[in-house]
Design a protein around this ligand. Structure first.
Ligand code: NAP
Length: 258
């Protein structure tokens, strides 16, 4: 299927690795011009080179998207995107008792205020031009809170509620906002948490991997490639009637044990 977005311009945040990179790859495959960002220059340039080798126009912007200066640099490189993929690293795990107010402020700034700021800067241009697709990468925790990730649960639900009305209003102008809610995906982030669990229990990584995969009805982790392709569809010309949705992509994990 031709997604009908060749020549459109996209900002993909936090895209040197993992889910963001999967989105950038899928959009590049559809002929979309990309502006991608991450904090680490080396990995970002390597990803930009990889994408450019497929024939895509790619502008890498080294920045921390959770800062105002970072977002300014990103928008200077692509002031009028047709597609915006909001993404950033997730807040750290921990326990409510130990979190300071500054921990909460950082989580809200990174995973709620940052996407809101980018949406505010870009959506009115999209509405004027009559085309826009915004996808917020959040988490399966929107449907079911994750025990150790209270900071993430809170900030991501805040974002989801904040854009729910705007998603409906903007759809009259062929501009959509949707959340995509990943369960476990095989990325550096997941591999890092599995490694920590293996060390804490003094068992090989393969034991943790097998346990975590067994907890997913599909019996495996998701891949960044398949994640990216679902996001690309939500950005497609065919998806103008899908808005304000929170799309689980979790191998059947919700609503828990059957
Ligand atoms: P990942 O493999 O660790 O990749 C994270 C990417 O984001 C890297 O390119 C990283 O590059 C970039 N990044 C992180 N913080 C950034 C910042 N402040 N500014 C700009 N770029 C930034 O992580 P992932 O698994 O793709 O996760 C992406 C998001 O999905 C996270 O919010 C995560 O919590 C959420 N999520 C993931 C899963 C999963 O199973 N993987 C499940 C649910 C939710 P630099 O470090 O160089 O900046």
């Amino acid at each position: 299927m031709d997604l009908g977005i060749r020549g459109k311009k996209a900002i993909v945040c936090a895209a040197s690795k993992g889910l963001g990179k999967g989105c950038a790859q899928a959009l590049a495959g559809e002929g979309v011009d990309l502006t991608i960002c991450a904090r680490g220059e080396e990995a970002l340039n390597a990803t930009a080179k990889e994408l450019a080798a497929t024939g895509a126009n790619v502008t890498p912007v080294v920045c921390d998207v959770t800062t105002e200066a970072g977002r300014k640099a990103l928008l200077a490189a692509c002031p009028n995107p047709d597609i915006l993929i909001n993404n950033a690293g997730g807040p750290p795990p921990g326990d409510f008792k130990a979190f300071s107010l500054d921990d909460w402020r950082r989580a809200v700034e990174g995973n709620m205020i940052t996407p809101i700021a980018l949406i505010h800067s870009t959506i009115y241009g999209m509405i004027e031009r009559g085309y826009g697709r915004i996808v917020n990468i959040t988490s399966a925790s929107i449907k079911q809170p994750i025990a150790a990730l209270e900071l993430s649960n809170g900030a991501r639900l805040g974002l989801t509620g904040a854009v729910a009305v705007l998603a409906r209003k903007a759809s009259r102008s062929n501009v959509t906002i949707n959340g995509i809610l990943p369960g476990p995906f095989d990325t550096d982030r997941l591999r890092g948490t599995s490694q920590k669990m293996a060390e804490a229990r003094n068992v090989p990584l393969s034991v943790i991997d097998a346990e975590r995969k067994a907890a997913v009805p599909a019996g495996r982790f998701g891949t960044a490639e398949e994640f990216g392709k679902v996001v690309a569809f939500l950005c497609s010309a065919h998806a103008g009637y899908i808005t304000g949705q929170n799309v689980l992509i979790d191998g059947g994990g919700y609503p828990g044990a059957l």
